[in-house]
Write a protein that binds this ligand. Structure first.
Ligand SMILES: [Zn+2]
Length: 131
């Protein structure tokens, strides 16, 4: 079956995605699944431990560090790992954000314009299914 990459904690002060993904990881039953789910609940672990939007180690905003760099800062290395190793494994990637300490967001789902129109259409369908 397909592979889904589910991530949270891109910004370290956005606990909703982290909490939801930790709960999901404990509830999934492999015998009830088809395919593979890769869950990374705390993408920017230093920022999560610090309770801040950006990394306390290098000041990096992970969401602005893509595609990353293998010899860059820690934040750039995390982005590079996602870009070169995890994302190519998946048919679907969902990165959960919320407002953190500074923003109050209404629930929404979004995707990006992509050069691969088929992939873009699948992403739009997933965002629409999210409600
Ligand atoms: Zn965020």
């Amino acid at each position: 079956g397909p592979t889904a990459l589910l991530s949270g904690g891109n910004h370290g002060d956005e606990y909703e995605g982290i909490t939801a993904l930790l709960k999901l990881a404990n509830r999934l039953q492999p015998e009830e699944m088809r395919g593979r789910v890769i869950i990374v609940p705390m993408l920017n672990h230093p920022a999560v431990l610090n309770g801040t939007r950006t990394s306390p180690l290098d000041g990096g905003n992970l969401n602005r560090a893509f595609p990353g760099h293998p010899a860059g800062t820690l934040t750039e290395k995390i982005a590079d790992y996602l870009t070169r190793y995890l994302v190519p494994l998946c048919d679907l990637a969902l990165d959960i954000h919320s407002g953190g300490r500074t923003l109050d967001l209404l629930p929404f789902a979004a995707t990006h314009r992509m050069s691969d129109r088929g992939f873009e259409a699948r992403c739009l369908a997933a965002a629409t299914a999210f409600g």
